[in-house]
Write a protein that binds this ligand. Structure first.
Ligand SMILES: [Mg+2]
Length: 349
């Protein structure tokens, strides 16, 4: 039997404290639950993944924890970690509604395979590490002065692109405060579906005046015609996040937006994310790689697909006060994939 066969799997629940309360239009978060997953081969090499479930998609730490034993059992029954097609099919059959748990398991397996091959994960797709775009960092909803302070801190730390959460009262004043604090920054706005179509159409003039480079999910996920009207009227590209969960959603949304937001935790892993990005491209759309509040174990994995996308928003681990893992450097928003020797580059601290 090959020393590349799986010999053990394990998972661990980790409670993550955020470094500051993180607020979006749907609510505030101070702590979140992730699960770390490891898969080990007979030679003792370890692959690492993590799950960051989103309550919006009816997943949480408990549902991940309930799904993981069967998902890991399915992977063990396949045995050969390079049998990616088989593994993905078994995971999807086992837990079709637990995308974050499937993502964690499949990330761990793919990390292991890349480590067995002694090459960085992006090599599995033949990607060029220097093509990864700069990642944005997020300014959550707060009072205007606090948002300005956060924006200033990110800029002083060298991050050139900011994603500003809106979708509350006084959105214009909040964004103006950020713009004044970060006059040179590339600003992206994410309303997380809070605006009505009319509110979004009205906002376009001040979003444009404040030089917003990208508008994400201005209207609710199921507002196809509204999204289409906003995109047609908007001077900046418009992105679908909640409106586009997996590759199969792309054809429906293709005439209503310019950009598709792809997250491993929405679609269920690296292979589904790769498929969603290519489906977006096939429909003439750009793609953004996004994330939840996550450990570096899953952020690192997502970063290896970044050479394929136009926009990266992979700051999830930067929002965590006590990340249990380390990953490739993203100082100043630059994803250092070239510095990864093998696998995702993530390790347990
Ligand atoms: Mg979003």
């Amino acid at each position: 039997m090959s020393d590349r066969e799986l010999s053990a799997t394990a998972f661990e629940r980790v409670e993550l404290a955020l470094d500051t309360t993180f607020t979006i239009s749907r609510g505030s978060t101070e702590r979140t639950t992730n699960h770390l997953v490891t898969v080990t081969d007979r030679a003792g090499r370890v692959g690492l993944g993590s799950a960051a479930p989103a309550p919006y998609y009816d997943e949480d730490g408990d549902s991940v924890e309930a799904a993981l034993p069967d998902l890991l059992g399915a992977v063990e029954s396949v045995g050969d970690p390079t049998a990616q097609q088989d593994i993905e099919r078994r995971l999807a059959e086992q837990a079709p509604d637990e995308a974050a748990a499937r993502a964690a398991v499949s990330i761990a397996v793919q990390d292991l395979v890349a480590r067995q091959r002694n090459e960085p994960l992006y090599r599995a797709w033949g990607l060029s590490p220097d093509r990864a775009p700069v990642t944005s960092v997020t300014v959550g909803i707060d009072d205007p002065a606090a948002m300005a302070e956060r924006a200033r801190a990110w800029r002083e730390a060298g991050y050139p692109a900011l994603k500003v959460k809106l979708g509350t009262d006084n959105d214009r004043a909040r964004l103006r405060a950020v713009r004044e604090a970060a006059p040179e920054a590339s600003l992206r706005v994410d309303a997380n579906g809070d605006w009505s179509t009319d509110e979004a159409l009205d906002a376009l003039s001040w979003l444009s005046d404040l030089d917003v480079a990208l508008l994400e999910q201005p209207v609710p996920a199921d507002t196809h015609a509204g999204l289409q009207r906003v995109t047609e009227a908007a001077p900046m590209p418009v992105a679908a996040d909640e409106s586009c969960v997996t590759a199969t959603d792309v054809p429906d949304i293709a005439d209503a937006v310019d950009v598709v937001v792809v997250k491993l935790m929405k679609c269920g892993g690296l292979r589904p994310a790769h498929r969603q990005i290519l489906t977006a491209h096939a429909h003439g759309l750009d793609a953004m790689l996004g994330c939840m509040v996550e450990t570096s174990a899953s952020i690192a994995a997502a970063a290896h697909l970044a050479p394929l996308v136009t926009y990266a928003d992979l700051d999830g681990a930067l929002l965590v006060a006590d990340d249990p893992c380390t990953g490739p450097s993203l100082v100043g928003g630059h994803l250092d994939l070239a510095g990864v020797e093998s696998g995702s580059g993530a390790r347990r601290r």
